[in-house]
Design a protein around this ligand. Structure first.
Ligand SMILES: [Zn+2]
Length: 663
């Protein structure tokens, strides 16, 4: 036992070292196989001696048991937010106040990018990560320790044994934000408004395994140490030295003019960064001087957040209407007086849900500021309450569905209000549109207008009816000519040949996005097999969790679904995975999940995927605990790191070829 403990601690240290070299420096010093071996050895020891497994073990990055809720914890020292400045004048005023208090002519400042994320306080004791707390109200915040443990950018062990508190910003890159939203959209889940909300949502997941799937990043911006460092800049250097990611753009300047110049230089340049920044943080560099300048009750007097002017516009909320989604979710939408903003005219903005309306305090008739999140999605930022006339009215969530008049339903504990009527014409339209979409049956010409006409005229009541449309009926519709009618019917007929994977996605099973459709198609090959699969069997598949499994079973048991599928069968729509071909290859990957990452030099990605499939394996898009192999090309990115964390077997392109050819 003693020997095991010693070995485990050695392994932990070694693995952390390699993680750091790989993750923070991009400069690994050992090969994948070697790394693999270390992780496996540690995992084996942990299995053998579970009592010796440390909570900060590098094998624990995958997330633990779901929790019921978050515990509120008091901060060791108040975690105050910064005072904001929006103009040069406000920055100069700040400088003047500081100089007056210090009675000096010029002050040295550090200037850092202000990352638009979620502020965290991290506590370390005896060199180990102990606890993570959100800012909360500045006095107390939520204990998010288990979720933060899954963030690879945050060290679980540091080479410093005194107690230390590190503060910084958890954030998401634009790419990761887009990935998460794309995923949610394909699963029929509401998307996040902006990267900051997505980060907050990820940190507040009750299931830390879910947090682990999202690639949250971190920049440290403050540290409280026992060490007597004289300058804020030196604290940042200290943190960097102890392997916390520190934003490389911080600089020290004497005098406010140089500070302002640096701030201005980022106003345009910030758009080239892969993450959101909304300003610059200006801090008095000398810590002794910070103490002299001190705090107000709300903010430190020695720091200012200079906010970049956002591209915003003001307009009026003409009305708030509700939209019914494919799964019956009711979304309030602000109809705006059209206004030009960042390259396009904006006339609508989603208000997401009632909570968001309450948070904004927006009323019908209000003048509001709007902005584009991630420079794409228009959003209402705030109400200009001073311009209210008294004519404004509150939005009231209707009690009945605007499309079918059935009573709306709000499940306990859920924000979303839903229309539960499966025949609701608004839902039918959305489901048909989803079915006809590019990743699904790809029916060209079947857009919103056409679908609306078909449903409103009673020509279809579900997407199964599409295949029974006749020339005589369709040409009757407004604005349909001979050619366009023929085209649409031909496109519908052609879609019968789509592959099983597209068909499954098109069905619009709740929580089942494109990824789930792929997994199902790869494992079942025919719709019939899938229809009969019990939840217990579905759960055994990689990446299919209990919620999705339940949703699939419910879907196929539903009487309405059975009816629609019946129509599709009669119409002769393909329900078989066509790619299932007899393979002569040895099944070296039989039953294994393989992820391919990076640029392959000798073959196209699709070729590699085909080889895996022909060798009996499944190709998966993301690395999880269930991944068996990771094939690594050039510039592999984060998947390699993740795979190492899971102890996934890693193959170079050459090894991979040897593997499939040798087989
Ligand atoms: Zn309805």
């Amino acid at each position: 036992m003693k020997a095991a403990e010693k070995r485990m601690s050695e392994l932990t240290r070694e693995i952390n070292e390699h993680n750091y070299r790989y993750y923070s420096e991009g400069n690994p010093v050992i090969g994948d196989t070697e790394y693999d071996r270390l992780v496996k050895e540690l995992k084996d020891l942990e299995e053998k001696f579970p009592l010796l497994r440390r909570p900060d073990s590098p094998t624990q990055r995958v997330g633990g048991q779901p929790i019921d809720g978050f515990v509120t914890v008091r901060h060791l020292r108040p975690m105050l937010s910064l005072d904001n400045g929006y103009s040069r004048e406000e920055v100069c005023d700040f400088d003047q106040r500081v100089r007056k208090l210090l009675e000096v002519a010029q002050v040295e400042y550090t200037v850092e990018l202000k990352i638009d994320g979620v502020a965290l306080s991290l506590i370390y004791q005896s060199g180990r990560f102990l606890r993570a707390i959100t800012r909360g109200d500045g006095i107390q915040g939520d204990d998010v320790t288990e979720n933060v443990r899954t963030i690879s950018a945050i060290p679980l062990q540091i080479d410093y044994t005194d107690p230390i508190e590190v503060r910084g910003e958890a954030y998401l890159s634009h790419d990761e934000f887009a990935r998460i939203n794309h995923q949610r959209e394909s699963e029929g889940e509401p998307v996040f408004v902006n990267p900051r909300n997505a980060t907050a949502g990820s940190l507040k997941q009750l299931d830390s395994k879910e947090t682990a799937r999202r690639k949250i990043l971190f920049f440290a911006w403050a540290g409280f140490l026992t060490e007597d460092l004289k300058e804020h800049r030196l604290v940042l250097d200290f943190l960097r030295k102890h392997r916390f990611p520190v934003n490389p753009q911080s600089r020290v300047f004497k005098g406010i003019d140089a500070v302002m110049e640096y701030c201005n230089s980022w106003e345009e340049q910030r758009h080239t960064l892969p993450y959101d920044t909304d300003g610059m943080v200006i801090k008095v560099n000398h810590l002794a001087w910070q103490d002299v300048v001190g705090f107000t009750s709300k903010n430190p007097r020695w720091a200012l957040a200079y906010k970049f002017p956002a591209e915003q516009a003001t307009t009026r909320v003409k009305d708030i209407v509700v939209q019914v989604g494919r799964l019956g979710t009711i979304t309030p939408i602000a109809e705006l007086e059209p206004v030009f903003l960042s390259g396009s005219t904006v006339s609508r903005a989603s208000l997401h849900n009632q909570d968001e309306i309450k948070r904004l305090g927006v009323k019908i008739g209000d003048r509001v500021f709007i902005e584009k999140a991630g420079e794409i999605i228009p959003q209402v930022i705030r109400v200009i309450a001073e311009l209210r006339t008294g004519e404004e009215t509150d939005f009231v969530m209707p009690e009945n569905c605007p499309a079918c008049a059935s009573r709306l339903h709000q499940a306990e504990g859920e924000v979303a209000v839903r229309c539960l009527n499966i025949r609701c014409p608004a839902q039918v339209k959305e489901r048909v549109l989803h079915f006809a979409g590019r990743d699904a049956m790809d029916i060209e010409g079947l857009g919103t207008e056409m679908v609306t006409a078909l449903v409103d005229k009673g020509l279809i009541s579900d997407f199964g009816d599409l295949y029974f449309l006749t020339y005589e009926k369709v040409i009757e519709l407004d604005r349909m000519a001979k050619k366009s009618t023929e085209n649409i019917l031909a496109a519908i007929a052609k879609s019968k040949e789509r592959d099983l994977v597209n068909f499954l996605f098109g069905l619009g099973i709740r929580h089942a996005g494109t990824r789930a459709a792929e997994i199902l198609a790869e494992n079942f090959f025919t719709l019939e097999e899938l229809e009969q699969a019990p939840a217990e069997k579905l759960i055994t598949l990689r990446e299919i969790g209990p919620v999705l499994a339940e949703s699939i079973v419910d879907f196929f048991q539903d009487a309405e679904t059975r009816k629609v599928i019946g129509k599709l069968k009669i119409a002769g729509v393909n329900m078989v995975q066509k790619e299932k071909k007899a393979s002569t290859r040895k099944q070296v990957f039989a039953g294994k999940s393989v992820v391919i990452t990076g640029i392959l030099e000798g073959m196209a990605r699709s070729e590699a995927e085909r080889l895996v499939k022909e060798s009996g394996g499944r190709v998966s898009g993301s690395v999880s605990q269930k991944t068996d192999y990771l094939v690594v090309g050039k510039d592999p990115g984060s998947k390699l790191d993740k795979a190492r964390g899971f102890g996934v077997k890693i193959l170079t392109e050459e090894e991979f070829l040897e593997f499939v050819r040798g087989g």
